[in-house]
Design a protein around this ligand. Sequence first.
Ligand code: GLP
Length: 251
Amino acid sequence: MKGVIRMRIIRAKDYNEMSRQAANIISAQVILKADCVLGLATGSSPVGTYKQLIEWYEKGDLDFSQVHTVNLDEYVGLGADHDQSYAYFMHSNLFDHINVKLSNTNIPNGLDPDAARECNRYDRVIRSLGGIDLQLLGLGPNGHIGFNEPCDEFVPGTHCVELTDTTVDANARFFANRDEVPRKAYTMGIRDIMQAKSVLMVANGKNKAQAVKDCFFGPVTPKAPGSILQLHPNFTLVADEEALSLVKDLL
Ligand code: GLP
């Protein structure tokens, strides 16, 4: 299996080291191509990466003034002022602390109830930017990327998904109670992610170990959506020891 996989795996001791390694890779992208398009992710996994980028921006080592961003996903029904929306997350964890132009940032509009219209609009946004240079990803405990949930086939473009019970359970920790977790989301599709020139995933903690094993040490299947990244020509997984705990003998 090792011979087939082209991906790079960077082993980090813990969350902090994972975050620093990932931030280094993103920094290199921004330094090498000042007007790059960054695909961004939410969730607890990339928070440390964003913190590190902010620190280097504050030191004067990074300039985001020409960077464009496209986020992976958004809950349907939540607006940017809802503190659990991904728009709110991006502002509080990154955009409000760096010099990216807000007009250069893109997130699906969770308040548009017309899924076809919003998904088409978002696909056009990605195309108009000329695609994504570097896509940052987290990994759902069930192997999802963005909100591409385990299912029977890979969906290519931006689409509206019905969240699985495991995802609702996993994300309930951020809401007052489980009933408040939205049941639908708009997410970038697998084609959008796979067309990114490079893909960087951060994964940490024991609850990601099974997903890491299923996605990167098993067959490519939409039942483990992240597994498609085995076919990406420039994919890097930065994971901590706990997330790699079920595959350490295979590395
Ligand atoms: C959410 C997001 C994903 C994210 C995943 C993992 O469902 N849609 O993009 O990767 O959660 O989140 P965490 O990093 O908090 O484990």
